[in-house]
Design a protein around this ligand. Sequence first.
Ligand code: FAD
Ligand code: SF4
Length: 565
Amino acid sequence: MQRLTKQGKLYDVCIVGSGAGGGMAAYALTKAGADVVVLEAGEPWDNAKDSAMLTWPYESPRRGRSTKERPFGEFDACIGGWELPGEPYTRAPGTEFAWWRARMVGGRTNHWGRISLRFGPYDFKRKSRDGLGDDWPISYDDVAPYYDQIDRLIGVFGSKESLPNEPNGVFLPPPLPRCHELLVKQAADRLHVTCIPARLSILTRPLNGRAACHYCGQCNRGCKVNANFTATNVLIAPALATGKLTLLTNAMAREVLVDTGGRATGVAYIDKTTGTDRRVRAKVVVLAASALETARLLLNSTSSRFPNGLANSSGTVGKYITDTTGTDVGGFIPKMMDHVPHNHDGVGGMHLYMPWWLDNAKLDFPRGYHIEVWGGTQVPSYGFMSGIHRYPSGGGYGKQLKDDYRRYYGATIGFSGRGEMIPNDGSYCEIDSSTVDRWGIPVLRFHWKWTDHEYKQVKHMQETFRALIAEMGGQPSSPMPTAKQGYGIAAGGVIIHELGGARMGDDPKTSVTNRWCQAHDCKNLFVTDGGPFVSQADKNPTWTILALSMRTSDYIADQVKKGTL
Ligand SMILES: Cc1cc2nc3c(=O)[nH]c(=O)nc-3n(C[C@H](O)[C@H](O)[C@H](O)COP(=O)(O)OP(=O)(O)OC[C@H]3O[C@@H](n4cnc5c(N)ncnc54)[C@H](O)[C@@H]3O)c2cc1C
Ligand code: SF4
C-alpha cells in the first residue's frame, strides 16, 4: 500500500469506496484522463485468482457452511457480514435493523444477485402519481442514455417486453427456463401474473474481452472467467490498466477535509495495517462508501464551517433512508419428485422473474413489488433443502435415506417478494455520540419504522406466493404469517438494498445533493452510491447506482474541462 502524507501528491479526484458506485466512478474518471486515488477499507481481491469456483463441498471439512466472515457460505466471494469485528453500529430502542457491509475491493458486487433492473419512468415521479414521498428532480430520460451505456459496457441479459415501467435495455439473449421455472411460468400464466425472462448482468455471449457464462451456477463464489459483473474485475481492473488509478486498500476513511472557504481538500483515513492516521489530497472528492456509510462520513466531517456535518445545512443527511420490502415463501411440489435426470445447468441466479403487474387503484396499498424465483435442482451444497425430515417419509437410515434424498432432491420452489418502501420520518440514521469503532470513529445509530403501506404490500406478497404454490399442486413449507408477525416482513436492512441519506433535489433546504449528485453546500463534493436516491422503486438498485455514477462522473469531467469546479 502506498503511504501518503499531508504534503503528498494532489490528485484530481479522491473516491471513497470501490463497490458499484466507486468502481464506476474510478472507471469513468480514469478513462476521462483524471488522476484518481481510491480509498478502500477492505482488502484486494481478484476473481481469476481468489474465487472458490468449482470447489466441491467435500474439499472442505465445513462442506461450504457459512462462517462469521462469510455468512453466505465459506465459498462465497464476499468478505463482510452483518457484524464486522471492531465496527459496531447501534439501534434505537425498539428498532429492528441489520446492516450488511462488505470490506474488500469491489464491495458487495462480489456477491450480489446480479439482478440488474432499470428504474422505470414512473419510479422517478412517484409523488406526482400517488402523492406519497417525493419526486426525483430528474426523469427516466435523463438516466436512460447511461443505462444504455452500462448495458453495453457490462452486459445484461433479458428480453424486450415494452412494459410501461420496466424499460427495455440493450439485452444479451436470456438463458432458457429450467424445468422448475417452466412449471412456475405455467402457474403464473394461469393466474395472470406477468412472468418474463430475468434480467441479470451475466454474459450469455462474449463481451468486451470477457468470456460467456458456462452455466456452472456458482456466481456468488466470484466468476474465475469474469462472465458475471463485479466492480472488482470489470471496472477497477481496467481503471488500473489506464495507469491513472492509485488504489489504496485497507484505507478506512474517517472524514472529508475542508478548507476555510468550504471546499473539500481531501480525505483523512486510517491505514488499517498500522492503525495510523493518513491524509490524501484531491481537487474533487467522491463518496461511494455505500449509502449509509457515506451518511456516516458526512455526519462525522464536522468543522467550524459545517458544525452539523458536511453538506448538512438542510439537516437531511441520514434522513429518508429506505430498504426494499421483502418476504419469502418456499413450497414442496410433489410433481417435481422422482424427476428424470436432465441438464439443469444455468447461471447462478433465476432465469425468470415477475415484474409488478397490478393496478394500485384496485389495491389497498401503494407501489409494487417484483417476484424472484428459486428452487429446483442446483449444485449440491451444505445441508439438504432445509432438512430431509421436513418431507413426507423423509429421514431414516441407510437405503431409505438415500432413496429419499434422490426422490425429493429438487422438488421445491420458492418465491421472494422485493417491493418499494416509501421514505418515512421514523426511518433514519444519526451519529451515536456514545459509541466509536476500533479506530475511534463515531458509529451510526439506526431508527426504523415500517408503515401500513409496507405491511399490506407484504401481506399481498405472501398471498400471491401461496396461490402460485397451490397452482403448482404444492404445499407451502410455512404457515401464513399473522398481522402480529408483520406478515413475515424482513427487518429493515435485511434485503441489503439500503438507499438514501444524501437525497438529491433542486431545493438545498430539503436535499443534500443536486441533480448531479453534487453537494449543495460543497461544490467539489459528490456522492455516487445509493445515497442520492429519492425513492426506492420496486427494483433492485445497483443498475441505477451504476448509471448515476457514470452520469455524475461525466458531469465532473465536463465541469473540470469548463473550469467551473
Ligand atoms: C447478498 C446480496 C445480494 C444482492 N443482490 C442484488 C441484486 O441482485 N441486485 C441489485 O441491484 N443489488 C443487489 N445487492 C445490493 C448491491 O450489492 C448494492 O446495491 C451495491 O453493491 C451498492 O454499491 P455501493 O457502491 O453503494 O456499495 P458497496 O458495493 O457496498 O461498496 C462500498 C465500498 O466502500 C468501502 N467502504 C465502506 N466504508 C468505507 C470507508 N469509511 N472508507 C473506505 N472505504 C469504505 C467498502 O469496503 C466497499 O468496498 C445485493 C447485495 C448483497 C449483499
Ligand atoms: S454461472 Fe456463469 S457467470 Fe456464474 S460463475 Fe458460473 S460461469 Fe461465471
